[in-house]
Design a protein around this ligand. Structure first.
Ligand code: 6PG
Length: 233
């Protein structure tokens, strides 16, 4: 693991902006998958500010999502809506650069459609799409993407996106699966706030007694996972 620790959530977001959005778009096309939930909102809001936005080569960015809740894009639960409100409405990304997961459609059909879309748009390795960067979030129960501890098999799957279920609310999701996550050129976890400290510590220590945390899988399988956090671990 490569630990990128900063003092505040703002500083963490600024570091991701610099490394992924500014430097990452300097040379050529960047195929980026972002997560939803609440953590990326601050990152997106800061990125939308003119002093940051003007440093990004937006024309090089192709934007995808790690996961989506099965709700319409107007629903407050929608990851797309959060991204639109905090970022997309302010920056010069063209429609053809934004690849939304359609949460309003049938979950099985949409997972299939989106899997085909990424396979078409991205380079492949062993039949799986290779993102340049994936930014993952982390749930209190150790879930990431929408791979919850109740659906660990999604870690092993070879289909890029599959239907998933949030076990607490029974909400259906479309989720990027484990093997495609592992293939990304850069894999980042973005996890801030005191509330994430305990689960982060457990994931990093990852003893045999640890609970089955989906996110721990990526820390085990890849030494170069980058953890952007404001927590001392
Ligand atoms: C989602 C996510 C999910 C998220 C974690 C952390 O749609 O909920 O993409 O995997 O990253 O649940 O969520 P918070 O950022 O809200 O803590």
């Amino acid at each position: 693991m490569i630990l990128k620790k900063y003092h505040t959530a703002e500083a963490v977001a600024e570091a991701i902006i610099q490394s992924v959005f500014v430097e990452g778009t300097e040379q050529e096309q960047l195929n980026l998958a972002v997560s939803g939930g609440s953590t990326p909102r601050l990152l997106f809001e800061l990125l939308a500010k003119e002093e940051n936005s003007k440093r990004v080569h937006w024309e090089h960015l192709q934007l995808f999502w790690v996961d989506e809740r099965c709700v319409p894009p107007t629903d407050k639960e929608s990851n797309y809506l959060m991204t639109y409100e905090s970022l997309l409405q302010y920056v010069p990304l063209r429609e053809e650069q934004i690849h939304r997961i359609k949460g309003e459609d049938d979950v099985n059909q949409e997972a299939e459609r989106y899997s085909k879309l990424v396979l078409n748009k991205l380079p492949q390795q062993e039949g799986l799409p290779v993102f340049d960067v994936i930014i993952l979030g982390l749930g209190d129960d150790g879930h990431t993407s929408s791979i919850f501890p109740t659906e660990m098999y999604l870690l092993e799957e070879n289909i890029p996106y599959l239907p998933a279920t949030n076990p607490y609310s029974a909400q259906k999701r479309v989720a990027l699966t484990g093997q495609t996550i592992l293939k990304a050129k850069r894999l980042l976890f973005h996890s801030v706030g005191e509330g994430k400290k305990e689960v982060l510590q457990e994931i990093i220590q990852n003893t045999p007694k640890s609970k089955p945390y989906p996110s721990a899988y990526f820390f085990r399988e890849r030494e170069d996972v980058e953890l952007y956090t404001d927590q001392s671990l």
